[in-house]
Design a protein around this ligand. Structure first.
Ligand code: PHE
Ligand code: ZN
Length: 882
């Protein structure tokens, strides 16, 4: 904790480490009142470092140093070494030596959840990015890679299971009812991938036979009460292992792969070598307790962490500026995996929704940073949508530009060239270039320039020449510290449709043969402005632009509502069909917001939805997505100076108008999708449940009791959480106040012993403008199931309120803002990472209409003035007030 300004770390100041560590020998003595850590490092001077006589500098945080021994000689504080707050410095060291450091730590009092801590009675670690230094003194940077041997000693009764990375090589009993297990990890790794778990756990076991015929032991460790919730994660793991062999040629390398579920975790999951640690909510699932969305999320997170074994662990990051090297690439890998497991179009829609709603907002806000940032104060603040999602889009664009074969050649070369190394995003791009022969010099700007490019498209049709010209201009907005940006290299996929919806041949020169010309092309934009001519067209086509969302950009084109309705039912690209529907709905809602008062809803929107509801030929998963109106968050993101209350009110009006006009179709849709037999998580049955529950939610917007009765019946009869939650959510968001309270009470009564379900119960209330007004949120914080030490509970109430219940959070009296400021200040003392994440909605203050933004700023200033601001919160708050 500090009040002083934290230091800024710059990529331009990167220096290779002065010392390397070849081996780490750890011995943990775990007790109820703390833990003693004995660490012996085999160190040598780095021949590549210019600083020949550099002192040995080890990082540390919240450690009690007990002993330092260098080559068998105990060192004296002050004389031989200095222990400053964050470092242990030994001024004179030989070229090669062995150093033993003994530290005492208190996992039971660790509320930051970095380093070694306790979660529901079990010991566990989180070392990324800089948590290892909370365990022992160490050069805690990813370019120091070492072999680890770890001996864990603990009480046998309370900690029968003792885990660390690699293979278990020795075990035995000790005096006093204690025992030990020793683990050895043969692969050199950075300290952020170290992990340890000790507790009373049960395991689910399985095996996987790799492509070369090796049998891998798979284990998922959970608390005994969760034993029945591991099957889905295990199946997902096996599918991921197979997929990475087939699609990337990557085989698993150790003999055992373990996953552990812990309740208190700052993030979703962590890819520690051979011992992934997961937030319980990202791994545990059963039909009764997890929604379809949760099942899909678990599959993709299990895959993500598994894929890190190659993209992150075998090839790791040189420094934290390169974070997207592993995260962007791994998100790209997991999203392709999910696309292959289900519906690619639906997966793309989900990814783009997140990107456009949240990453674009980040890119337009005070914390905007490039995919490879140039500086940071606190690295924990850079686990962002830009690093992850935009980073994945950048890799996807390389894939688009190279095509699948050359991309695979590139990834093979990358893994082969850099196996066992700590490298940079530039090394990744270089491998892609070398394998494909393509020049990606200009493309690299995607890594260095922040901000979302804006593509402005205009068109003219020359009927005499039969030529359709598209002019595409790109501009990249200024972001903090970056102006006058250069044009980027953008793959732009498009098609043109004729009057009957037929795909027209795209002839870029008049001599091109119509029969062989493709109907979809990827144009490459490299300049601020391009004009493309399409020849041989007998009428003005309808353009289908930026298909599959081929680049993470804002696209501006003056579509007419007729064109959008046309694309909604004719575009061969499913993604663009959905996008046309979104644009139409956005246009209708926006014009109603602007016209303040008159509620005259364009009948074309109603008819487009009517057509959709009747369409049985289209992929029902796509129909389900198309029926979702653009979210409030997205509408706010698109608006200048948004008036949140007006957006909320208008969107509700449009919804209830649609519901009323389409009542019969919705009832039919509900019944048609009702009986889906045995519960399965296949794309088809997920789509059916989604359609049914969307229809239900809409029906509850009409106060004629049809929806209410269906919801109550569904609540009584549901055999799975998706349907239960669908009904509960619809009731909670309805005007049926009595039924709402009853349903919430019954639900809690039934599920109170299951933390993952209680989290959903909190969220459904916190996100509702009916059940989640501030007094109700304050009551949830006092609820016996709420826990200030558990990030999931904090997120499900406070995070959901500020991020999803926008009308209540942006209450014009400023009460939502000041509430958030209070909670952030409180949390900063126990868990700074969580505090710094929760504050995000306030940091966007400049965007909002003046009445809102002044109050948001006041709330931020109050946080800034708090005594003892953590580095995490300091950076976010100060940068957003600049
Ligand atoms: N590296 C983790 C992932 O993306 C995320 C994470 C970061 C977890 C920091 C914990 C701490 O898979
Ligand atoms: Zn990751």
């Amino acid at each position: 904790m500090r009040t002083n300004q934290p230091t800024t770390i710059r990529l331009s100041e990167y220096k290779v480490p002065a010392h390397l560590v070849d081996a780490v020998d750890l011995r943990f003595e775990l007790f109820d009142n703390g833990a003693r850590v004995h660490s012996t490092l085999t160190v040598r001077r780095n021949p590549e470092s210019a600083e020949e006589f550099a002192p040995l500098e080890l990082d540390g945080d919240s450690l009690k140093l007990e002993q330092v021994i260098l080559d068998g000689r105990e060192l004296m504080a002050g004389n031989d070494y200095d222990e400053t707050g964050a470092q242990l410095v030994i001024a004179r060291v030989p070229a090669q030596f062995e150093l033993t450091v003994v530290t005492w730590i208190e996992p039971q009092n660790n509320t930051r959840l970095e380093g070694l801590y306790k979660s529901s009675g079990m010991f566990c670690t989180q070392c990324e990015a800089e948590g290892f230094r909370c365990i022992t003194y160490f050069p805690d940077r990813p370019d120091v890679m070492a072999r680890y041997r770890t001996r864990i000693e603990a009480d046998k009764a309370s900690c029968p299971v003792l885990l660390s990375n690699g293979n278990d090589v020795d075990r035995g009993d000790l005096e006093g009812g204690r025992h030990f297990v020793t683990w050895e990890d043969p692969f050199p790794k950075p300290s952020y991938l170290f992990a340890l778990v000790a507790g009373d756990l049960v395991e689910k076991q399985d095996t996987f036979t790799t492509c070369s015929g090796r049998e891998i032991d798979l284990r998922i460790f959970v608390e005994p009460r969760n034993a029945a919730k591991c099957q889905h994660a295990m199946d997902s793991l096996k599918r991921s292992m197979r997929w990475d062999e087939e699609v990337y040629g990557r085989e698993y390398d150790l003999d055992i792969f373990m996953i552990v579920a812990v309740d208190d975790f700052n993030m979703g999951a962590m890819e520690n070598k051979g011992l992934n640690i997961f937030n319980s909510s990202c791994v545990l699932a059963s039909q009764e307790t997890a929604t379809d969305l949760a099942f899909q999320r678990i599959e993709s997170i299990v895959a993500h962490e598994y894929f890190h074994n190659w993209s992150g662990n075998r090839v790791t990051c040189r420094d934290w500026f390169q974070l997207s090297l592993k995260e962007g690439f791994t998100v790209f890998r997991d999203s392709t995996f999910s696309a292959d497991m289900g519906s690619p179009t639906v997966k793309r829609i989900e990814d783009v929704t997140l990107l456009r709603t949240a990453q674009f907002a980040e890119d337009a806000g005070p914390m905007a940073h490039p995919v490879r940032p140039a500086s940071y104060m606190e690295i924990s603040n850079f686990y962002t949508l830009t690093i992850y999602e935009k980073g994945a889009e950048v890799v996807r664009m390389i894939h688009t530009l190279l095509g699948p074969e050359l991309f695979r050649k590139g990834s093979d070369l990358y893994f082969e060239r850099h196996d066992g190394q700590a490298v940079t995003t530039d090394d990744f791009v270089k491998a892609m270039e070398d394998a494909s022969g393509r020049d990606l010099t200009q493309f690299r700007l995607w890594y260095d320039q922040a901000g979302t490019p804006v593509l402005t498209v205009s068109d003219v049709y020359d009927s005499e020449r039969g030529v359709y010209s598209l002019k595409i201009q790109q501009a990249i907005p200024d972001t903090p510290g970056q102006t006058n940006k250069k044009p980027q290299h953008i793959p732009f996929a498009l098609g043109l449709l004729g009057a009957e919806g037929e795909a027209l041949p795209l002839r870029l020169v008049s001599t091109e043969d119509a029969a062989s010309a493709p109907t979809e092309r990827v144009l490459e934009l490299t300049k601020a402005s391009h004009t493309f001519e399409f020849h041989g067209l007998t009428q003005k086509p309808v353009p289908s632009l930026l298909r599959h969302f081929s680049a993470p950009v804002r696209l501006v084109y003056p579509w007419s509502r007729e064109q959008l309705v046309f694309l909604m039912s004719h575009d061969p690209d499913g993604f663009n069909r959905w996008d046309a529907g979104q644009r139409l709905a956005v246009d209708v809602i926006q014009s109603l917001v602007d016209s303040s008062g008159t509620v005259d809803i364009d009948s074309r929107l109603v008819e487009a939805y009517r057509t959709l509801l009747a369409d049985r030929t289209l992929d029902q998963a796509l129909v389900a997505k198309m029926l979702h109106l653009p979210s409030e968050a997205y509408l706010i993101e698109l608006a200048d100076s948004p008036d949140v209350a007006a957006i909320h009110r208008t969107r509700e009006q449009v919804l209830s108008h649609l519901a009323t006009s389409l009542r019969d179709e919705l009832v039919a849709c509900y019944h048609r999708n009702m009986d889906d037999g045995e519960y399965e998580v296949t794309p088809e049955s997920v789509a059916r449940r989604s359609l049914k529950n969307t229809a239900l939610a809409w029906l509850l917007m009409i106060n004629d009791n049809t929806g209410r009765d269906l919801a109550l019946q569904q609540l009584r009869e549901a055999d799975n959480m998706t349907d239960r939650m669908g009904a509960l959510r619809a009731l909670v968001n309805s005007d049926y106040a009595e039924e709402r309270s009853q349903a919430l009470a019954d639900f809690y009564e039934h599920f109170q012993s299951d933390p993952q379900v209680v989290e959903q119960w909190f969220s459904v209330q916190a996100s509702s403008d009916r059940a989640g007004q501030l007094p109700q949120i304050q009551a949830l914080l006092k609820h016996p199931a709420f826990d200030w030490k558990n990030p999931n509970k904090i997120r499900s109430v406070i995070g959901v309120f500020a991020g999803q219940n926008l009308a209540a959070f942006h209450n014009p009296d400023g009460s939502g803002y000041s509430f958030l400021a209070d909670q952030v200040c409180r949390l900063d003392d126990s868990n700074p990472q969580i505090a710094a994440r929760l504050v995000a909605p306030l940091t966007r203050w400049k965007k909002f209409a003046p009445a809102y933004s002044a109050l948001m700023r006041t709330a931020l200033e109050r946080i800034r003035n708090k005594a003892e601001l953590s580095a995490d919160l300091y950076e976010v708050v100060h940068k957003s007030l600049e």
